[in-house]
Design a protein around this ligand. Structure first.
Ligand SMILES: C[S@@+](CC[C@H](N)C(=O)[O-])C[C@H]1O[C@@H](n2cnc3c(N)ncnc32)[C@H](O)[C@@H]1O
Length: 286
């Protein structure tokens, strides 16, 4: 039987050779998943000479083929949530936690806020808001049937209303009644295929591409949907690529539906979110 310590070393070398960005951490996380232990315990067990778990080499080989770690373990961690994920749904990213925080802050300032998450994917943002702002009434909109299956699993215990459909016209019966609208829409320019195989081959296309050369068609559709859904004074926040920040700020500033347009940096200082306040112009179904 191979020792855990030597299996971890070999796995790290294999994953490094395959170009996995954090080979040591992934080697430990795969072992932790199989052993149903946390990473700290795995390290301790390696030190005291434990043996490698059965099936470890298979999981390492899968990861070396650049299958996302979260598809192998079936879990993605986002703020306080442990989300079920797998093929057909976008893996939530750490930078989106900052966007969720902005929506949570806006919702927390109100007594019984009504909140919508447009393009909810696994339900990461909507679920975090429901968990962290218990007074909020949260709706989550998703077009993809596969993504919705994962969202349903993650969101039903949290009391979020999951809506099937296109956010362009979803929830129109509630137009003008939302206090907060948040979105991490698809925003990658059509020709910019991501380099990492985990993203290019495993994140769904519908979650990635913004539908135009600059990637802004779907983000701007999300902004229009937010203008339709929000009450006067309501708060909108959206994630985007750093390079899109100036264009989005300009377009929203010039749009009569928005005021107080602000760009927000993520934890590494990149401008990855834009927020705005709904003005009192009546919605005219433009
Ligand atoms: C970048 S992913 C974000 C998922 C999740 N909010 C997150 O942050 O992890 C964008 C999501 O929007 C969904 N989507 C794309 N176009 C949509 C549309 N027109 N209406 C509703 N959902 C849409 C995709 O299927 C995908 O789940």
């Amino acid at each position: 039987m191979e020792s855990l310590a030597s299996a971890l070393r070999e796995a790290t070398a294999t994953l490094r050779l395959a170009g996995v960005p954090s080979p040591g951490v992934d080697a430990e996380l795969l072992a932790a998943h199989l052993m149903r232990e946390n990473v700290g315990r795995v390290r301790a067990l390696a030190l005291i000479g434990a043996t490698a778990p059965e099936g470890y080499a298979d999981l390492v080989a899968e990861r070396a083929r650049r299958v996302p770690l979260q598809h192998i373990t079936g879990v993605a961690y986002f703020r306080g949530l442990e989300l079920a994920v797998g093929p057909g749904v976008f893996i939530p990213r750490p930078e989106t936690e900052t966007v969720a925080q902005l929506a949570i802050d806006a919702a927390r300032a109100l007594d019984a806020p009504r909140v919508a998450d447009l393009g909810t994917g696994s339900g990461a943002i909507a679920g975090s808001i429901a968990q962290e702002v218990p007074a909020a009434e949260v709706f989550a909109v998703e077009l993809s049937e596969l993504a919705r299956a994962w969202a349903a699993r993650n969101l039903s215990p949290l009391g979020v209303t999951l809506v099937a459909g296109d956010y362009t016209d979803a929830l129109s019966e509630l137009n003008g009644t939302f206090d907060v609208v948040v979105s991490n829409p698809p925003y990658i320019p059509t020709e910019a295929v991501p380099r990492e195989p985990e993203v290019a081959e495993h994140d769904p296309e519908m979650a990635l591409y913004g539908g135009s050369a600059d990637g802004l068609r779907l983000p701007l559709a999300a902004a229009r949907a937010a203008a339709r859904l929000l009450r006067e004074g309501g708060y909108f926040v959206m994630e985007h690529a750093e390079v899109q920040a100036p264009a989005l700020a300009r377009i929203l500033t010039e749009d009569r539906f928005w005021s107080s347009v602000r760009t927000h940096p993520d934890l590494s200082g990149r401008d990855r979110a834009t927020s705005a306040i709904r003005t009192d112009v009546p919605w005219n179904g433009r």
